[in-house]
Design a protein around this ligand. Structure first.
Ligand SMILES: NC(=O)c1ccc[n+]([C@@H]2O[C@H](COP(=O)([O-])OP(=O)(O)OC[C@H]3O[C@@H](n4cnc5c(N)ncnc54)[C@H](O)[C@@H]3O)[C@@H](O)[C@H]2O)c1
Length: 384
């Protein structure tokens, strides 16, 4: 069995967890080294018994130590484009975390690079595409079981500790993370476009920093059983101490509506400080209706005119990180793709389009008006 020589750029929590899932799925790993000024993921790798290899001073130094079977990019979002370009020049296959890039300019520049056709294989960690429940949703939609999808609503509601982490971690700054929606729900918008079978034509959105703001610093900092609140996780690279008093400039809650070119209407609601956690998609088609509960890993579906009980599928696995086995499924898909046995479930272009959709939503929120996405797609198509 092959041993995979891997180089890591940005050894944060995420890449450490992905490497752990790869090991769990039977990959033979030789992590040759990493480039990261403050590797947040090192303790996670140590716990899983994976040797992180040599600490390189820079991504360039690491890449010069090739050949690698895979370069893994898990740096903060503002560095993805720079790290992708360096890895393209080195020519090794790449797994890069989502969002693929952080801005519209970077999206167009990357689309142009990909259009040249010289980039090495590139796999993006839009991990939901590998989840069995999501595959089932897409299979039902593709089989026409729901008919034409007329409308759907979706949520992504995070518990207060998760919200507080986002308000303290590098994701709190647009210059690093992009936006609340871009970092957190580019996954979901990737799937929504896939369900709609088309691109968003018109979007509108509202959001603000209404929870984790200085006024909120007055609120109780303990749970009702006395346990400390808003402090559980290490905020990591460029982290801030106080979730309420940080220099956060992204939203902590946001709603959006989108009308897709194929006709589907979407309503989306995200909040980062809820007592009842939820990530749920309600998909209404002319022939049937489907609810996917991504937190509880359960799906319910029934034809529109059926009188019988809905069909229910419980996908079983539930994990504390809410990924519910998705990382292991993605590790499996990645190996199959690298070995040429299957295509990876999501393309770099899918990732670019999901990012652009969310960026249009953020622009709509910033401008306070509905946005016509046609000029954005025209620019993107010209670039690719
Ligand atoms: N697919 C998913 O479900 C998922 C989940 C979490 C995070 N992510 C993505 O993974 C990426 C990393 O997120 P994370 O949660 O691991 O964050 P993190 O803060 O835990 O890790 C980021 C790492 O990048 C390092 N870094 C900073 N500057 C660097 C530089 N110049 N060169 C190399 N490394 C540098 C930091 O020191 C840190 O170790 C982000 O793009 C995030 O959106 C994806």
């Amino acid at each position: 069995m092959k041993t995979w020589r891997i180089g890591v750029i940005g050894l944060g929590q995420r890449i450490a967890h992905v490497l752990a899932a790869m090991a769990e799925m039977g990959w033979r790993l030789d992590v040759a080294g990493y480039a990261d000024p403050a590797p947040v993921g090192l303790p996670i790798l140590e716990q899983t018994g994976i040797d992180a290899g040599e600490a390189f001073a820079s991504a360039a130094d690491l890449l010069a130590d090739g050949p690698f079977d895979l370069i893994m990019i898990g740096s903060p979002n503002h560095l993805h484009f720079e790290h992708l370009r360096a890895a393209f020049a080195a020519g090794f296959p790449i797994f890069a975390e989502k969002p693929i890039v952080r801005t519209r300019e970077e999206t167009l520049a990357l689309a142009r690079i990909l259009a040249e056709g010289r980039a090495p294989p590139l796999f993006i960690g839009l991990v939901m595409r590998s989840m069995p429940i999501v595959r089932e949703v897409l299979a039902r939609v593709d089989a026409g079981e729901l008919g034409d999808i007329t409308s759907m609503d979706a949520t992504e509601h995070l518990h207060p500790e998760h919200g507080a982490y986002l308000a303290r971690n590098w994701r709190r700054r647009a210059e690093w993370g992009g936006s609340f929606m871009l970092d957190k729900v580019c996954h979901d918008f990737d799937i929504f476009g896939r369900i709609a079978g088309s691109r968003a034509r018109r979007v509108a959105s509202f959001g603000s920093r209404r929870i984790f703001n200085p006024a909120g610093a007055m609120r109780a900092m303990t749970y009702d059983d006395g346990a400390p609140a808003y402090a559980l996780q290490d905020a990591g690279w460029s982290g801030a101490d106080d979730a309420f008093g940080s220099d956060m400039d992204v939203h902590d809650h946001q709603v959006a509506i989108a009308h897709y070119a194929g006709g589907m209407a979407l309503a989306f609601h995200a909040n980062s400080h809820v007592a009842l956690q939820e990530r749920r998609w309600y998909i209404a088609g002319t022939k049937g209706t489907l609810i996917a509960d991504l937190v509880r890993n359960k799906l319910m579906v029934r034809p529109a005119l059926a009188r019988r009980k809905p069909e229910r599928i419980d996908f079983g696995v539930r994990t504390a990180d809410n990924h519910n086995g998705a990382d292991q499924a993605m590790a499996f898909d990645l190996l199959a793709a690298l070995e040429g046995r299957a295509t990876f479930p999501v393309t770099a272009h899918d990732s670019l389009e999901a990012g652009l959709t969310v960026m249009a939503i953020d622009e709509a929120a910033a401008r306070g008006e509905a946005i016509d996405c046609a000029p954005m797609w025209a620019e993107y198509d010209a670039a690719r």
